[in-house]
Design a binder for this molecule. Structure first.
Ligand code: SF4
Length: 319
């Protein structure tokens, strides 16, 4: 776990590491480049390199010892799940997905989990599986077996403290899952990446057909103007950002303004994350003469106070 500098989250949780590219948005994947730089360091003799860097990013690694991290976090947080992977990558076994989801359901009263994928077809199939609730109850019981301590955060619930009996716990968990199913898991925000119109057409309808309390889009890196209007009524949140890094591709402020106006028309919360590295370079050339008020000081263009006023918007679902 780590506290995150990503503006729309508070912590990252990576029970798996690694991925393979699927679309244009992956071209300069930050996680890919960072991991493989460290992997190369290990190959070149970095003896103390943490174990995950012994393998390249394209080798999906399951890290079971990280599974229970959210149970130890006392402060309720927004948690970005798998900032260094894609939770619905085909190399992650369904049995492991069950464990990850069991932790998320289990911590429903404490944390909010933000899941983002470029593989919504698997996400949809997983979440729609009628056997899923039963499997998650079983996984949650396994968590109790491994971790029960009266001092644990989740053990604050009075029913656990009074009734340590396994059958009572099982009955209560089943009840909790039913409750959560009926409100479609409001603590688990399911989202897809949308870098261009083709990705929007391919991914959003799959997201809308997936049971979720909160459905969201990450339009980062935004690579062209995108029309979301036919879906916005059914979406709960849109995050927008320009690409960062040395090889960042173009990002145009009017694309973001256009998305903001679309979101306003449908009352969909909008979050302007960052203007991206190309805008940072442009700000250095244009200075006061451009749409910006001067040079951007953050290398990703992520300081809201330096955005044009009309883009200084960082809203969240449900206000
Ligand atoms: S899906 Fe995400 S994590 Fe995987 S390569 Fe693409 S951008 Fe990177």
């Amino acid at each position: 776990m780590s506290n995150s500098s990503i503006q729309w989250t508070q912590k990252t949780w990576n029970p798996t590491i690694g991925c393979t590219r699927v679309s244009q948005g992956c071209k300069n994947c930050y996680a890919f480049e960072l991991h493989d730089k460290r992997h190369k360091g290990w190959q070149d003799g970095w003896e103390d390199a943490p174990k995950q860097y012994h393998k390249p990013f394209t080798t999906l690694q399951i890290i079971p010892e990280r599974l229970l991290e959210p149970l130890r976090w006392k402060k309720p947080s927004r948690v970005f799940v798998n900032s260094m992977s894609d939770l619905f990558h085909p190399d992650i076994p369904t049995e492991f997905l069950d464990k990850v989801f069991a932790v998320m359901f289990y911590m429903a009263e404490v944390h909010t989990f933000q899941v983002l994928t470029k593989r919504p077809e698997r996400m949809k199939a997983y979440l729609k599986d009628p056997e899923l609730p039963k499997r998650l109850v079983a996984e949650s019981l396994a968590i109790i077996d491994q971790t029960f301590k009266p001092s644990a955060v989740w053990a604050r619930e009075p029913w656990i403290q009074k009734n340590g009996q396994k059958n009572t716990i099982e009955a209560r968990l089943t009840q909790l899952f039913e409750l959560h199913n009926s409100v479609k898991h409001p603590n688990i925000w399911l989202g897809v990446s949308v870098e261009n119109q083709a990705a929007a057409e391919e991914r959003i309808s799959l997201l809308l057909d997936t049971p979720a309390g909160i459905r969201w889009l990450s339009c980062e890196p935004l690579l062209e103007a995108v029309d979301l209007s036919k879906w916005l009524l059914f979406l709960d949140w849109v995050v927008v950002g320009g690409e960062s890094g040395a090889k960042a591709r173009d990002f145009q402020i009017p694309w973001a303004l256009d998305l903001l106006m679309q979101c306003k028309a449908y009352l969909t919360p909008f979050f302007m994350k960052q203007l991206g590295s190309v805008t940072v370079k442009r700000s250095k050339i244009l200075g006061e003469n451009g749409i910006l008020h001067g040079r951007l000081s953050d290398k990703h263009g992520g300081k809201i106070e330096e955005f044009p006023e009309f883009l200084q918007v960082r809203e969240y679902p449900n206000g």
